[in-house]
Design a protein around this ligand. Structure first.
Ligand SMILES: [Zn+2]
Ligand SMILES: [Zn+2]
Length: 175
């Protein structure tokens, strides 16, 4: 225990920073009972908490080098993925950004996570609306197109209105 605490530096945030060996992700390493283990897991054991078989230790403070037992909680794998790993993954990819490029907040309700990156729900809704508006406009243009076309047919026969041309044809057909 004393040997363990020698590697701990209390930080103003309440985290216990591990000053001993670390691995790349920041997790402290500590030789304990003949094996090198995760320092934060040792912390829980030293402070009398048990880690259930197969459970991973979740850093509630998101500080991977923290070994404060109060900031640590053993959770089953599914639980960790659901509430821990996901925001963690998002945070790492997007830094500390809390808003989308349009300035909408990345709140839990407004955030869509796809392939590990965040998307703004408001912007997605706006894009979808814009797309369907564009489609509706395109449909309207198609419906309007025959009108100018009919005018140009009439215009290409300056001898008379379209009805004058149609009438004799109709008469001949009925003879
Ligand atoms: Zn902490
Ligand atoms: Zn947005």
């Amino acid at each position: 225990m004393e040997r363990f605490l020698r590697f701990v530096r209390m930080s103003p945030s309440g985290c216990w920073e591990w000053t001993g060996a670390r691995q790349r992700e920041g997790y402290g390493r500590f030789g304990y009972r003949g094996a090198v283990r995760f320092a934060h897991r040792i912390a829980l054991v030293l402070f009398g908490k048990t880690i259930p078989d197969g459970a991973v230790v979740d850093h509630l403070c998101r500080n991977t080098s923290c070994v404060n037992p109060d900031h640590l909680e053993p959770v089953t794998n599914g639980e960790n993925v659901r509430r821990g790993a996901l925001p963690d993954l998002i945070g790492r990819r997007n830094g500390t950004k809390t808003r989308c490029p349009q300035g909408h907040a990345y709140s839990p309700e407004n955030t869509v996570v796809r392939n590990g990156s965040r998307h703004c729900r408001l912007c997605q809704t706006a894009r979808t609306a814009a797309r369907s508006a564009a489609r509706a406009a395109a449909r309207q243009k198609v419906e309007l197109r025959p009108l100018p076309a009919a005018k140009s047919v009439a215009g290409s026969h300056p001898s008379g209105p379209a009805t004058d041309l149609d009438f004799p044809l109709h008469e001949k057909a009925s003879v």
